[in-house]
Design a protein around this ligand. Sequence first.
Ligand code: ADP
Ligand code: MG
Length: 332
Amino acid sequence: MTASVSIQSVTQSYGAAIALNDVSLDIAAGEFVVLLGPSGCGKTTLLNLIGGFAEPVAGRILIGGRDMAGVGPAQRPTTTVFQDYALFPHMTLAQNVGFGLRMRGMGRDQRRAKAEEILDLVGLPAKSDRRPHELSGGQRQRVALARALAVAPDVLLLDEPLGALDLKLRRAMQDELKAIQRRVGTTFVHVTHDQEEAMAIADRIVVMNAGKIADLGPPREVYLHPKSLFSAAFMGEINQIPVQNGQSPFGPVIGTTGTLLIRPEAIGLSGTLPLGPCRIIDAAFFGTHLRAHVAPLAAPDLCLTVHLPPTSTVTDGEVLTLAATDFVFLEA
Ligand code: ADP
Ligand code: MG
């Protein structure tokens, strides 16, 4: 029902191009891990190696402690849900979901019972005799998930499974996906380029960049305490302030030479790190906050993005004395 995954110094290349460069990652049994990164960073390549659709040029992959070298996709305790999760159009939902069980020689009645149980689990009860074209996009996505879960894999691999859904449906499906994962206890490895999706579902986010792991940790940790400039910026807007020999534009700070990172919502009228008087360049109302650009008088060339309370009213050109409540220093 669930298994650990150990990726050990895995490298993959296509001709001269290196798609994964010496990647190591340990995933615990029952963990919901999200591989997050921009297009081309190697997410699908890593997922395909776990699923057995390709063999790495170097390194090992263990599932449940077992070396998967030479073990094909059908023999691995994994199933994959692809973005274009083609369902069989001529089959009912129960037949779609039972397909893998049929391949494994399970009898008709047992298959039907199992399919109904899993359709129930993904929130599609009493729909087992429908056909895919009678469903909405979100419902079809659930059937694809049910089909993958029906064979009770130890590890479920999901490659941008919500990519085809509109934003509202995606958010709803993310919550469901998380709830389903909790219920079944299967290890989920989920690929996305959407950092909000990653935060919504992951126990642990693995940020990837150019074939390498740029950062990893629980969403809160990666967001608040990024270990690289890349992951800091990929997880959401962040202000980057240069520090030379322990000196920032706002006075001495901890650290030597590097970058001070401050999230927009960590800047306000009070805080432990004074930013001094700042001139408002512009501001826009976002509902949950007022998003402003400001130029510190101490460093007028610097443009900081600041989230002020939504009830704030500011005028362009006004000067506010600002400070940061939280920041991270990354040494160069
Ligand atoms: P992601 O899923 O993060 O978008 P991929 O794993 O698909 O990234 O691709 C990683 C890198 O490998 C990219 O530079 C991509 O162009 C390259 N690549 C992927 N698949 C192939 C292939 N079959 N042949 C050649 N290059 C490939
Ligand atoms: Mg991909």
